[in-house]
Design a protein around this ligand. Sequence first.
Ligand SMILES: Cc1cc2nc3c(=O)[nH]c(=O)nc-3n(C[C@H](O)[C@H](O)[C@H](O)COP(=O)(O)OP(=O)(O)OC[C@H]3O[C@@H](n4cnc5c(N)ncnc54)[C@H](O)[C@@H]3O)c2cc1C
Length: 459
Amino acid sequence: MATQRVVVVGGGLAGLTAAYALTRAQPEADVVVLESSGRVGGNVRTLRRDGCTVELGPDAFLTRPGHAEALCESLGLGGSLRAPDEGASRVMVAHRRGMQPLPDGMALGMPRSVSQLARTRLLSPLGKARAAMDLVLPARDEPEATVGALVGARFGQEVKDHLVEPVVGGIYGGDIDELDAATIMPMFANVRGSLLRALASAPRPTGHSPMRAPHGGLDGVVHELARALGPDRVIREAPARRVARHDDGWSVHLDDGVRLDADELVLATPPGVTADLLEAESPELAELLRRFRLKPALTVVMAFERASLQLPRASGALIPRNAPAPLNALSAVTFVDRKWPARVADHLSVVRTAFRPAHALAWMGASDADVVRFAREALSTILPLPEARWSAVERFETGTPCPEVGHTRRATECRARAAAMGGLSIVGAAVDGPGIAGCVRGATAAAEAIATRISGIRG
Ligand SMILES: Cc1cc2nc3c(=O)[nH]c(=O)nc-3n(C[C@H](O)[C@H](O)[C@H](O)COP(=O)(O)OP(=O)(O)OC[C@H]3O[C@@H](n4cnc5c(N)ncnc54)[C@H](O)[C@@H]3O)c2cc1C
């Protein structure tokens, strides 16, 4: 039996994980990863400067469902995993009365009890009364609701605008009036009656953060994956342009006329790229993939003399979309030395801010100096900022897929259509994510399925 060849297109976390998991499950398979750029890791970008380790892209991963943690263990990084500092677990929300703490224990900004509502200064008395009406409002029946529609209908506009929008918008970078409740809050999307009652009986957070990241930075995961695969298995500056199906497998066509044949093909590229690659083979699947909308992202990091900056004792602040301009161009700010104290040199304070997608797009082509000046001006409205010692800007033109209404259904259909074509797997943030935890789970599952098929062939 000839060695089975697997080509993985895309050297982000999903593609590298799929390749790594496959080499572990099926060591005799001939696996190769094609990455279009000169570096692997995709969105994972870690900055090291002046004794600081700062994430410009993803900051940490969710420990549920556990695959990302298991991957780190397997790579020898288990001992280096850290949770954000518990002493600064509070999250602030920018509000017209300055920054106010988000009440503890909320579920994506949704309150779990009337008493929790009563204590927060983020809502007016009227807003609190409207939210409590959730207990007596008639049941609703709206299939495929957005997060905004679901929360607004049950809790009213204030909970939607001052609690849920900043939290959900901050995590998913999208508009809560477009984001899919079934994908983002699956436990509650099908609740027809009171959300407060459903939330009260849902499992409570433990009080410990479910987020983890290697102490040395998330790019350590990328480097360990690439190292474990070895230089012959990871080919950089190799953009795939087209894939074609044959009787006995697939071929991948690169820019320079090179063709690679594969028994199994894994596409771990952003969904628009995956659609282009598959256009000739399955216009229907390509069309489905193009319906995943990507949100560009832009992050700015600023470092200050620690003695010159008074940060609240919190991991950061969320910024509601209805905050006054120019602050509303930003979705969140992380106080890096509060959240990850061991990652920042003692004499510095580091602040990282993320632009809302529309503003990220608008500022994508501006100079670093202009972007930093604007971010600084916007942030100064809630946090007086001294002169920065240094700053950095990172642009994510592709960004991340936004889980809009119908997302989970579309993702399932994509995977099913790919499987029906034989020897094709689609993995990554659109179909498995949008976060690292989902990407690692999806890539591992795809690798295990391929390994099973290969061992079936080998008999
Ligand atoms: C600013 C930001 C913050 C985030 N924060 C978090 C967070 O805190 N926690 C979390 O869990 N998630 C976070 N995410 C999401 C997380 O980054 C993604 O879930 C994950 O990195 C996606 O990995 P991926 O491999 O699917 O895609 P990508 O990282 O996009 O990788 C795709 C790869 O494919 C390559 N490629 C593209 N075209 C081709 C081609 N034609 N041929 C070959 N290769 C190609 C690209 O160069 C890239 O390397 C964040 C994302 C961003 C942008």
